[in-house]
Design a protein around this ligand. Structure first.
Ligand SMILES: Cc1ncc(COP(=O)(O)O)c(C=O)c1O
Length: 386
């Protein structure tokens, strides 16, 4: 057993970020300013996107994206049930209805054949979530969207860097939303980024991210700025601070290294479990470059004498703190009560939820930590196999 508790996540933030934050604070410019501008430019360059807009969360990014594609009262937006609260709650912000869609059994990504079944005359958009950092089947999704005149807003909260058929996620759908929450591939503590190739969307999102005001407000306070501004729409307060962007700029430089470590650890896990019929390791599609934000195993409960929850408790007793991604939305009280969803309406997600465990996967952990997790999972399987 491990001598110390292995947390599910620890961010890798080093001296470069600390120096950058201190310099920013000393500069006297704390809110959105030159650091945000640099972060946006560097981010856009890193994925080859035309526009990138920094915001203060991935949730804010999704909200602004749906506003930009003009989701409104009475519209329906297709959302995978296998996701976090944010993906669907933003649909409610705009008084539209999230229509949940089941996932694929192998990648846990939204199932394209289920998307087609969920489309009605009110459907306006799809939000594919790249589960765990593995891109969805974007060609099929774009084809369905084209046929039915739907917008595609990608939830890339788990992504950086990922590619689908050679193209970077962030340059594929109409708008893509990233998260820099502390557990994500790169972090600013809290933060997000929106990318798009569409100038009209970019202008709208930038304006709405700061009160719907007609010009970059931070320019008002510079030597070449003017005091005058106009409110064009009632917007939001979603801008990223320069302090957070200072962290983001440094994290972005480390993004590839972080990804390589996560990839190496994912391979170690898959090798470590390859002879265990009780454990199914993640399936990776040949069309993608996976970000490896999450490493999710599936337990074959027929072969074990314990449930997934008991498995997690046993891991915890061994100082291994795991997690579950996700409790599908249709199982939560709000979605059950508001829309009458039942577990059997989304059989794949319901089944997957009962048997998955997310294992640790972050660059701050060591190879010994990875081996500890493998050993402990193997020991519990050996002890409780039927
Ligand atoms: C799939 C998914 N979408 C959106 C979000 C929201 O991101 P944020 O926490 O930055 O608002 C999360 C994050 O935690 C997420 O996992």
């Amino acid at each position: 057993m491990r001598a110390t508790f292995l947390p599910f996540h620890v961010p890798d933030v080093g001296d470069e970020e600390i120096r950058s934050v201190v310099e920013t604070i000393r500069s006297g410019w704390l809110t959105s300013g030159p650091q945000v501008k640099t972060f946006e430019e560097e981010f856009a360059k890193s994925i080859g996107a035309r526009y990138a807009i920094a915001v203060n969360s991935g949730t804010a990014a999704l909200h602004l994206a749906l506003d930009a594609v003009e989701i409104k009262d009475g519209d329906e937006v297709l959302v995978p049930t296998m996701t976090f609260a944010a993906t669907a709650e933003v649909v409610h912000y705009l008084k539209a209805r999230p229509v949940l869609v089941d996932c694929r059994a192998d990648t846990f990504n939204i199932a394209p054949d289920q998307i087609e079944k969920a489309i009605t005359p009110k459907t306006r958009a799809i939000i594919p979530v790249h589960f765990g950092g593995q891109p969805c089947e974007m060609d099929r999704i774009l084809e369905i969207a084209g046929t039915h005149h739907l917008k595609v807003v990608e939830d890339a909260a788990h992504v950086l860097p990922a590619r689908y058929r050679g193209k970077f996620v962030g340059t594929i759908g109409d708008i893509t939303c990233f998260s820099f929450y502390v557990t994500k591939p790169i972090t600013t503590g809290e933060g997000g980024m929106i990318s798009t190739e569409n100038e009209g969307y970019a202008d709208r999102m930038r304006m709405m991210s700061l009160h719907g005001i007609s010009r970059d407000p931070w320019r008002r306070h510079t030597a070449e700025g003017s005091w005058y501004y106009e409110i064009l729409h009632p917007g939001y307060k979603y801008n990223l601070t320069d302090i957070a962007a200072a962290i983001g700029i440094q994290q972005l430089k480390k993004c590839d290294r972080f990804w390589q470590v996560r990839q190496r650890y994912a391979n170690l896990y898959s090798l470590g479990f390859r002879d265990l019929p009780e454990v199914t390791v993640p399936h990776v599609s040949e069309e993608v470059q996976h970000s490896w934000h999450l490493y999710v195993i599936q337990l074959d409960l027929q072969r074990l004498r314990i449930t997934r929850s008991e498995f997690i408790e046993l891991l915890k007793k061994e100082n291994i703190g795991t997690s579950v991604h996700f409790i599908p939305l249709h199982l939560h009280p709000f979605y059950r009560q508001t829309y009458g969803y039942r577990p059997e309406d989304f059989p794949t997600a319901t089944r997957i939820f009962e048997r998955t465990i997310s294992l640790h996967l972050y660059p701050k952990m060591t190879e010994t930590d990875v081996r500890d997790v493998i050993e402990t999972v193997r020991r519990i399987v050996a002890q409780y196999r039927r």
